[in-house]
Design a binder for this molecule. Structure first.
Ligand code: FES
Length: 83
């Protein structure tokens, strides 16, 4: 097993029992998506309201714009994210 640190923060969301992971930094001006409001599979950035699909990272108003998403797996009490 190997562990390392990366220079980014991640946001985790639970949608219908599925955990989704995406970059925590909003593409608009860097708002913390992990502090946003989650409704269904859509998170709203707490700073200016941009909305993303947390499963695919797509910006709601322009799905061609995507924030990074990361695959993960749950092992016991740990969530392991592939970054
Ligand atoms: S920083 Fe997220 S909407 Fe502006």
């Amino acid at each position: 097993m190997s562990s390392y640190f990366v220079d980014t923060t991640l946001a985790l969301f639970k949608v219908n029992g599925e955990i989704c992971c995406l970059d925590n930094t909003c593409l608009h001006r860097g708002g913390p998506l992990g502090d946003g409001f989650l409704e269904g599979n859509i998170v709203t950035c707490p700073w200016h309201g941009w909305q993303y699909d947390v499963r695919r990272g797509e910006l709601l108003i322009d799905p061609s714009v995507k924030i990074a998403t990361y695959p993960l797996r749950v092992e016991g009490n740990e969530i392991k994210v592939a970054v």
